[in-house]
Ligand binder design. Structure first.
Ligand code: FAD
Ligand code: NAP
Length: 555
């Protein structure tokens, strides 16, 4: 059915805007703010009932960021960053959500956001050079630009366990937690997974549950967060230095500077010096340990020194040596799966009401009415928490049926893994942008820094096109292929591909194994993007098709 008749069939009006933005998380909100500032009309569609994205959906007990609050915040507004007060060193989900809501209100963003509306298709019309965007409410909007702010970690991996539908207790996914919260008091609870979400929630669930069973397939490296109330002097000092700090973040490797920047290789110093460096970071708390030395993600021997330091901490913390050993990762380098930051995670396994179950040895076979079966035992459970993660980086993008030139489907183009130019743009899909898309530093960085960089680049690009009366921008095949090759080359030079991580798509059965984010560092990446823009959008074709047509008609 042609687009117009579809809209007529549902009775919906066909709106016309300069840009449709999909998603009202941190990326979508800032994109809207920037486009408004430039005088573009924009409409945001958000599947959730409010702003916040990650911080709207992930309300599991203990959900918290592991980049310091002073850095995990927008830098685009000096008054916002000066006036906002963070209560804790690492903000918890409720505080971050309050912050995002505050931003939405402060900049009057809500009037252009339509909530509880999922974008289902986006189709490029080569005749008009516009995108037709359709929602699950039957609306159809025409936009010159389609900007995907759909999030890298917003599409949950659904549990596929046989028999789940027969379970008579309640089950939850950490990424879709009930807004009213869950009280596990007196219940026998199972947590499946030991990634960041599980590691944050397990210590809290253990305090409530009668008994907690943790079903672990792969142990993770975790370091203490050492969260604490915000020190007012520290806050003042950072606020006084914000200009400089933000600039250093933008030029840095991972968009963070407060946890320290590595200066020398681990193997250049003595074992005692290494131990002191790791110990200092362990005591300070946070993810700094893998940033102690420059060679930890490129040299296995160097990496082993940090990995062994954490394993020794696990052995020193967990009383039962067999449990400590099961909790200790051996088969992948530290940092090549997302490092976790916790509060009392390993200590929790000293509690009498907590049992670690190794489902690598005896896999989960099915869920029954009364619990969960592994290959060698049955566990009676009242509730199950699936902390099994996300279809990361591509899941939300491919959740929309995106059709580019000649009706070509993104889902088909990416069957062997995502391919893009700079993680921002895809050949064959003119005027479509992906904020923190695969092929950009995104999840390997403080996402705030990467989001702001992408949004600013896209906003500048749209202003450039408008100023020159250009209609479309599209990545060339050659530029995209060269970028994909570069992203792969850089990844291959590191230890990252040695882990079965979600960075590699390894957590989703059948997903192609491709290292998706760009490891080159946010500073170097920003330089590349700025250079591309400065050279008149090198690697892109800019066209004035419609404008030329308008001129012809006028003549
Ligand atoms: P999101 O916040 O994911 O927002 C995307 C939005 O798009 C969602 O609200 C979704 O509902 C909506 N959407 C998707 N598809 C559609 C569609 N088809 N139609 C309509 N709406 C759609 N990063 C860090 O840098 N530091 C951290 O400490 C950190 N902690 C994290 C903790 C958790 C539990 C998780 C899951 C992620 C964490 N991240 C962290 C990553 C986090 O996702 C980013 O920091 C950031 O919040 C992403 O913002 P976003 O706007 O790009 O995406
Ligand atoms: P995750 O890191 O992908 O962890 C999922 C866990 O579930 C893994 O332990 C995985 O085991 C396990 N699992 C998946 N399928 C399973 C199955 N069929 N049977 C048994 N176990 C299974 O997901 P996440 O914990 O939600 O975290 C995702 C990302 O979100 C993080 O890496 C991080 O970037 C972000 N996050 C950050 C924070 C923070 O502290 N700021 C908190 C939460 C999330 P395998 O490893 O064997 O696959």
């Amino acid at each position: 059915m042609p687009n117009e008749s579809k809209a007529a069939a549902t009775g919906a009006a066909l709106g016309n805007v300069d840009a449709v933005i999909v998603g009202a998380g941190l990326a979508g909100l800032y994109m809207l703010h920037r486009l408004r500032g430039l005088g573009f009309s924009a409409r945001v569609f958000e599947a959730g009932a409010d702003v916040g994205g990650t911080w709207y959906w992930n309300r599991y007990p203990g959900a918290r960021c592991d980049v310091e609050s002073m850095e995990y915040s927008y830098s685009f507004s000096e008054s916002l960053q000066q006036e906002w007060h963070w209560n804790e060193r690492y903000a918890g989900q409720p505080e971050i959500l309050r912050y995002v809501r505050h931003v939405a209100d402060r900049f009057d963003l809500r009037r252009d956001i339509q909530f509880e509306t999922r974008v289902t298709t986006a189709t490029f019309d080569e005749g008009t050079s516009r995108w037709a965007i359709e929602t699950d409410r039957g609306e159809l909007v025409s936009a010159q630009f389609c900007i995907m702010a759909t999030g890298c970690l917003s599409s949950t991996q659904e549990p596929q366990f046989e028999g789940l539908e027969t379970f008579t207790g309640d089950w939850y996914h950490t990424g879709r937690w009930p807004h009213e919260g869950v009280d596990f008091t007196g219940l026998r609870v199972g947590v499946v997974g030991t990634g960041s979400s599980a590691i944050q929630s397990i210590p809290i669930i253990a305090q409530q549950a009668e008994h907690l069973f943790v079903f672990q397939r792969t142990p993770n490296y975790s370091v203490p967060a050492r969260n604490a109330p915000m020190d007012p002097e520290y806050e003042q000092r950072i606020k006084a230095e914000y200009d400089d700090l933000r600039q250093r973040e933008r030029e840095s490797r991972a968009g963070v500077v407060l946890m320290g920047v590595p200066e020398q290789p681990a193997l250049d110093v003595t074992a005692e010096e290494r131990e002191r460096a790791y110990e200092a970071r362990w005591s300070r708390g946070g993810l700094g340990i893998t940033r102690a030395f420059t060679d930890l993600v490129i040299n296995r021997e160097a990496n082993d020194t940090a990995a062994e330091f954490v394993r020794a901490k696990i052995r020193a913390t967990v009383h039962d040596p067999a449990v400590a050993e099961t909790l200790s990762p051996h088969d992948y380098p530290i940092g090549t799966k997302r490092l976790c930051a916790d509060t009392d995670y390993y200590e929790t396994f000293n509690r009498d009401n907590v049992t670690l179950v190794d489902v690598r040895k005896a896999p989960i076979t099915r869920i029954t009415a009364g619990g969960l079966c592994t290959a060698d035992a049955e566990y009676a459970l009242d509730a199950i928490v699936f902390a099994i993660g996300f279809d990361a980086m591509t899941g939300a993008l491919l959740g929309v049926d995106i059709r580019g030139r000649e009706g070509s489907a993104l889902r088909e183009q990416w069957t062997a893994g995502p391919r893009s130019y700079l993680g921002l743009s895809i050949t064959g899909f003119p005027n479509l942008f992906t904020i923190t898309g695969p092929g950009s530093p995104s999840v390997l960085s403080n996402m705030m820094v990467s989001i702001e960089q992408h949004v600013d680049w896209i906003a500048d690009c749209l202003a450039h096109l408008r100023a020159r009366d250009l209609d479309t921008i599209e990545a060339t095949v050659a530029a995209q292929e060269a970028w994909v090759e570069h992203v792969n080359d850089v990844a291959r030079a590191t230890l990252y591909p040695q882990a079965n991580s979600w960075y590699m798509g390894a957590n989703i059965p059948g997903k192609p194994r491709v290292f998706m984010p760009y490891i080159g560092g946010v500073g170097a990446y920003r330089e590349k993007c700025d250079d591309v823009a400065a050279k008149g959008y090198e690697g892109f074709t800019l066209s004035a098709q419609r404008s030329a047509l308008r001129d012809q008609v006028a003549r």
